[in-house]
Design a protein. Structure first.
Length: 435
């Protein structure tokens, strides 16, 4: 991913030096297990750690070798032998390239998931703070983009909190599912390496043993991992779009923080654009775009092919780096979000009380009016207000069919905003737990 949308900790997971360090650890831990089994000398296993355990691998040298061998793992093993010497003949005993590549990818994806979980935790903390800050701040709820009934801005934040809590749980499951180790040799039969070696390496690297690897770890695991990243990206976009809509000039109930010296447009000095959330929408598209290739990687030929390899070399770094950046950016947006309760109230009042129409409808049915007639009475008074021709409550008080069932006092009580907010505490307790 380009530096503009990258953060160093996540980038470091995918750097060549990190990858080669993991490759070495896989090989060296395997040698320890082989030594325990008496397959190779214990002194040789010890020498491998001593001679190469703390080296900085020469990436350019490995690339140089690969240009000849046309094989990345062989190029690495050749370079490793330059450090280790004669004992290098015991490295990679009974193993195949996928044992190294797939196990390494599992380690990298697990580390990436751990960073993403920290990102989600930071986002959840920011959302929770804003949710309680605006828990009882009334605002209009919209369906189809049109004013519906009152909610609170805190409830909007609570929705996002619940959403990313689910995302967190999904990512934990996906991380655990993808964190498997395969050291089973050619076509996964353990013919030339004891299953104990796999168990030992898995334990040392914090992975679980892949039950059957057929030379490669089954790619349904990876498909689920990247699909989970895609879902998280979509959740980011949902919140970003909500903020973009709320920042529109005609609405302006909330907007991104606009810093001192910031410029919104090269042509129009007055502009304050939702550039961060627009950016998040674009980044979400990128992450989702990497899900389909991961799904297509599931169907490999027989026990092994490498059609998945080029895909994963790109989507592994790009999806995790992009999502890491997006989560951090959304956290910053939420943390600094400018909220305008006065504009929320202004918009609530904009339709002259129409947001209380359902209460009037229900009250009429409770008085014995059929639902069809009640709907008709309410709608015929609502439509003039929609056109800007009067106030809803005033018109209702002039409607003989309505006043035959509801007194002026009863009608006025139906326009109480607090009625819509009476279960906010219940919802908050469900989302955040009992206070």
């Amino acid at each position: 991913m380009i530096p503009r949308y990258s953060r160093p900790d996540m980038v470091a997971i995918w750097e060549p030096q990190t990858r080669f360090k993991i490759w070495f650890e896989i090989e060296a831990h395997a040698c320890d297990a082989l030594a325990e089994l008496g397959v190779i000398p214990k002194e040789s296993a010890k020498a491998i750690w001593e001679k190469a355990g703390n080296v900085t691998f020469d990436v350019a040298r490995i690339d140089e070798i690969e240009r000849v061998t046309k094989h990345d793992v062989i190029a690495f093993l050749t370079h490793l032998a330059e450090f280790i010497g004669p004992d290098s003949r015991f490295v990679h005993q009974g193993m195949t390239s996928s044992d190294v590549l797939d196990t390494c990818l599992a380690v990298q994806l697990k580390r990436a998931a751990d960073l993403l979980l920290k990102d989600i935790d930071a986002l959840l903390a920011a959302i929770k703070r804003r949710a309680f800050e605006y828990k009882m701040t009334p605002t209009i709820g919209r369906s189809h983009g049109i004013h519906a009934e009152p909610v609170t801005f805190g409830l909007k934040m609570a929705e996002a909190y619940a959403e990313f809590t689910r995302c967190r749980a999904r990512l934990v499951a996906a991380r655990d599912d993808v964190a498997t180790c395969a050291i089973s040799g050619a076509v996964g039969t353990f013919a030339n390496i004891d299953p104990y070696v796999e168990e030992h390496v898995a334990e040392k690297l914090g992975l679980t043993v892949e039950p059957v690897s057929t030379q490669v770890i089954p790619r349904d695991r990876h498909a689920m991992f990247f699909a989970t990243l895609g879902v998280i990206a979509s959740c980011i976009e949902r919140v970003a779009i909500e903020i973009r809509h709320l920042q529109r000039t005609e609405v302006l109930e909330a907007e991104e923080y606009f810093s001192e010296g910031q410029k919104g447009s090269s042509a129009m000095p007055h502009k304050r654009n939702p550039v961060l959330t627009e950016n998040l929408t674009g980044l979400a598209r990128l992450v989702r775009g990497m899900v389909t290739p991961a799904l297509e990687n599931v169907a490999l030929w027989h026990e092994r092919d490498i059609s998945h390899s080029s895909v994963e070399r790109m989507i592994g770094p790009d999806a995790t780096v992009t999502l890491d950046f997006a989560l951090a950016r959304l956290t910053n947006v939420i943390d600094k979000l400018l909220v305008y309760p006065a504009n929320m109230q202004k918009n609530l009042d904009r339709l002259g009380g129409l947001v209380h129409s359902q209460r009037v409808l229900l009250a009429l049915t409770q008085k014995g009016v059929s639902r069809e007639d009640a709907y008709k009475y309410v709608q015929r008074n609502a439509m003039p207000v929609w056109r800007g021709e009067g106030d809803f409550l005033t018109l209702l008080k002039k409607d003989a069919d309505v006043t035959a069932k509801l007194s002026d006092a009863e009608l006025e009580e139906l326009f109480d905003l607090g009625y819509h907010l009476k279960h906010v505490d219940t919802i908050f307790n469900r989302v955040f737990g009992e206070a």
